[in-house]
Design a protein around this ligand. Sequence first.
Ligand code: NAD
Length: 360
Amino acid sequence: MNKKIAVMRGDGIGPEIVTEAIRVLEKVAEKFGHSFSYTELLMGGCSIDATGEPLTEETLASAKACDAVLLGAIGGDVGKSPWYRLPPDKRPEAGLLKLRKGLGLFANIRPAKLFPELADACPLKPELTEGGFDFVVMRELTGGLYFGARETVTENGVRHAVDTLTYDENEIRRIAVQAFEIARKRNRRVCSVDKANVLDSSRLWRAVAEEVAADYPDVTLTHMLVDNCAMQLVRAPKQFDVILTENMFGDILSDEASMVTGSIGMLASASLGEGSFGLYEPSHGSAPDIAGQDKANPLATILSAAMMLRYSFDMEAEADAVENAVSQVLRDGIRTGDIAAPGETVIGCHAMGTAVCERI
Ligand code: NAD
């Protein structure tokens, strides 16, 4: 299969970690007989330096012409970098928001996977997480409270603020469909999270999730109230496969879910729109404190590339090969500084990429 990948290395550790992810993709291409082509694009601070804009229209158009986007990280040291003396809409992060919007990405997937070898980094009691856990949080990205009408008015000398939480059934249906499709590639269980005991938008969410479930008889749908879900994530995280939820609930739950895994350098993420196009990036930032020192952990980016293989290219065996190689690296005791226990030998970003390639 031939696939076109837009590559945005970005700033800070971005170039280093993306280099390792591409080496891994090339190993996959060689082993499975595929051909990947890479379109290098500027986004974030590097684009500001070259063009004055964090994301140009030409770059956006080039990204759209590809099958998927692989992104490193963008941004600099907020206290020191001249990028942060620019107006907010000219700063590196504005490029990311414009990119997500311009690509029509409405579903964010954050996997929360505890590798048994990194169990020490997990803040939960070992008896709750024995054997590890592996679920994803699927968060709606473009609707709900963050995008509804809002205002603050003063009436009779009293300040009064309103935020509006709205969803229409089409917005709910398209992300529910994505959640069920992804569940089919995993363990076929969707837990839809809402606040249907209080909110009308949640009652609609639940009704539409049920309608979509009728088209997926092979996937089990359950519902959970968001307050209960927040508790269950730290009480019994092994019960989940795909958590489907609206924008604000997902914002909070996905951060909680990533914290229970404990290691920022391991957290992948994907943002999907209609069809198979997606943007894949690690959940962490550009880590300017360690940029250019060969210290970054490339595994979150490598695992994001594995998600790209699975969700955008429908390459299951290839994605499994990458994920299994990462597991094997951890089993073999190979660690970058961020995931090393005291006394363990630490290797650099490039050597970690090599270690994964050797195990594919
Ligand atoms: P950060 O995630 O970049 O770093 C937080 C800490 O984690 C640092 O100590 C860093 O060294 C460490 N770290 C992060 N990723 C690592 C990795 N792969 N391997 C080893 N250690 C790693 O967060 P921050 O310092 O708050 O932000 C730095 C810059 O990144 C800011 O400009 C911020 O706006 C930007 N940022 C970008 C994104 C993105 O590109 N999507 C996301 C978050 C933050």
